[in-house]
Design a protein around this ligand. Structure first.
Ligand code: ARG
Length: 588
């Protein structure tokens, strides 16, 4: 996915140079992909690792090399001249180390400051993606797992959008299924007059769900009516559709309040949306000979998996898998997605694995990996409480997400007041900063972990102003902004007229880290790992601290250049915050 104008991505640019060199060095070896890795040793900033794997391939052929070291030497010699490279050396068994030119690095950073951070966006080979995330279930609780999916999905969408991919953000809400029979019947019972139904009258929808479930489990008559209601609803009976729509509407408002707070945009296309497409989907699969009968159900057998994928239940009803197959087909054929990403807890991994394999059997997706369109399941671990068990407030009750966000904000406001901001700031500033820090802390605590591992939810930890937390990072950014402000210089003017020089070792290290932004975002996108971006951001802030404690900025001979370096750091930090869905703070 390289591109000549992709100035930000050093790896891609070096890969191009080494590709040319490899062609000259070993002209008869086809499809050699340059292997470029960032390194941190004193010998170089990047290295090319091809020599070691090329050597066994050419050994014995009539080429003037003796051993991988000689191949490395030749790769080095044949490297086309480039202003980005300061020097090159061959080390060990044939590593070709590249030291970048500090002058070139400074030039590229200054260019980004003038042309905008978007010029450092990754270039991906996909154009349109569906990101299926959040996806809570109507009338059931939206729990911390859904929060995790929401936060991860939003960040993944933001990273892809930044990379100029058209992203269809899909909320695959659980708004269809047998539980609606019972909910509708219970609604009719409680509100004989349908006009009386509204959010206030229903109150807590989860409690409503529980109550109706109790009725369902204890009253055979009710159960029968509920089962009939499902049939009537699915048959499109107006009165039942209306009741269904009312219940969904109330639930939707509740979800929207959470999305609004988090600043997350989503388009709902719930399970019900795909219902009309299920029967034709199953017909197509059956025509292809994939559907078998098993114990009254219709299933697809998948090699290597010991349970079949049930797509029509023994009672003739459709299920989660039938909906997902119809949705997948829709996303491929109608929405023309070339990458479809599903974000749920790891517990659903097998479900997606089977759905994806079925789609490959049907020929909807290419059989080989690495071809498009492609699908990915982004699994994540559970959020734990202090007790090491699934996170809940009280022993039985799940955490209400809005309460959780409220608490994060309240706590960060208290911390600001303790720092004396109560007198210094207006109430509005206090509120806004508390919110940015509080919500940012919740998001960052979630995103910084490798998503596959479970993590413990702790306000104390996430709101700590030291260590790898949003608070620490937001403060660091605000401090940089205040250095620039206090210098009294017009930074936009400096961008146009000033020069950037990376002469001190800590200036250079910071500059190099800034320049790695593009390849890090690309890696985070390709591997769907927001934690990679968090780690980058944290290291950026560490690099900055080191620079700032060893290099005087304001009042020094290098002031202009160093202010520009501050501005570049703040710019990249803000882009990271933006990709992580975190609101930056400008003063502390
Ligand atoms: N509603 C599901 C749940 O709460 C998640 C749906 C994920 N998306 C999908 N296409 N299956 O577990």
């Amino acid at each position: 996915a390289s591109d000549e104008e992709n100035l930000g991505n050093l790896k891609h640019q070096l890969a191009k140079l080494f590709e040319a060199s490899l062609k000259t060095t070993v002209p008869n070896e086809q499809d050699l992909e340059p292997l470029i890795a960032a390194c941190t040793g004193k010998f170089g900033d990047y290295q090319c690792n091809n020599a070691m794997s090329v050597w066994p391939r050419i050994k014995g052929k009539a080429l003037p090399f003796r051993g991988p070291q000689a191949v490395g030497q030749a790769i080095k010699t044949n490297l086309p001249p480039s202003e980005m490279i300061e020097s090159c050396s061959v080390a060990g068994p044939g590593f070709v180390n590249v030291m970048l030119s500090s002058g070139w690095m400074a030039k590229i950073i200054l260019k980004m400051l003038n042309d905008g951070i978007a010029t450092w966006a990754p270039r991906l080979s996909i154009k349109r993606a569906v990101v299926d995330f959040s996806s809570p279930n109507i009338a059931k609780e939206m729990h911390v797992g859904h929060l995790r999916s929401t936060i991860l999905g939003d960040t993944i969408s933001r990273m892809l959008e930044f990379s100029n991919v058209v992203v269809l953000r899909r909320n695959h809400v659980g708004d269809w299924g047998t539980q609606f029979g019972m909910l509708i019947e219970f609604l009719f019972e409680k509100f004989p007059n349908i006009e009386d139904v509204n959010e206030a009258a229903i109150g807590d929808l989860q409690a409503f769900y529980k109550e109706s479930k109790q009725r369902f489990d204890s009253d055979a008559d009710f159960k029968e009516r509920a089962q009939r209601a499902v049939v009537l609803l699915q048959g499109g009976e107006a009165k039942y559709r209306q009741a269904w729509a009312q219940i969904c509407g109330i639930s939707r408002n509740e979800f929207d309040r959470v999305y609004q707070r988090l600043g997350v945009k989503l388009e709902e296309k719930g399970e019900s949306f795909y219902n009309p497409f299920i029967s034709s989907t199953i017909e197509e699969l059956a025509d292809k000979g994939l559907v078998k009968e098993s114990q009254g159900a219709r299933v697809i057998f998948i090699e290597g998996i010991n349970i079949p994928l049930i797509i029509v239940k023994s009672d003739g009803g459709y299920n989660y898998a039938s909906t997902d197959l119809a949705a997948l087909r829709y996303r491929l054929n109608e929405e023309k997605a070339d990458w479809i990403i599903y974000i749920t807890d790891v517990g659903q991994q097998q479900h997606f694995d089977m759905v994806f394999k079925a789609a490959k059997l049907a020929g909807w997706l290419p059989a080989e990996d690495g071809k498009y369109p492609k699908v990915s399941h982004v699994g994540f671990g559970v959020v734990l409480g202090d007790d090491g068990k699934r996170f809940r407030t009280r022993s039985t009750e799940v955490v209400r997400l809005v309460d959780l966000l409220d608490e994060a904000k309240t706590r960060s406001k208290a911390a600001l007041i303790e720092r004396g901001k109560g007198e210094e700031w207006t109430e509005k500033e206090l509120e806004e900063t508390a919110q940015a820090i509080g919500y940012g802390a919740v998001k960052y605590a979630d995103l910084k972990n490798n998503r596959l591992t479970s993590y413990t939810f702790s306000f104390d930890q996430m709101l700590n102003d030291k260590g790898n937390t949003a608070v620490y990072l937001l403060y660091a950014h605000a401090r940089i902004c205040s250095i620039i402000r206090k210098s009294g210089k017009d930074i936009d003017e400096l961008k146009r007229t000033g020069f950037l020089v990376l002469s001190h070792a800590d200036e250079r290290a910071l500059g190099l880290h800034l320049l790695r932004f593009a390849e890090v975002v690309e890696e985070a996108c390709t591997n769907l790992l927001p934690s990679v971006l968090c780690e980058y951001l944290y290291n950026l802030s560490e690099n900055f601290s080191k620079f700032y404690s060893n290099c005087q900025v304001v009042g020094s001979a290098e002031e202009t250049s160093r202010l520009l370096l501050c501005e570049a750091t703040a710019t990249v930090m803000r882009k990271c915050f933006d990709l992580l869905g975190i609101e930056p703070v400008y003063k502390i």
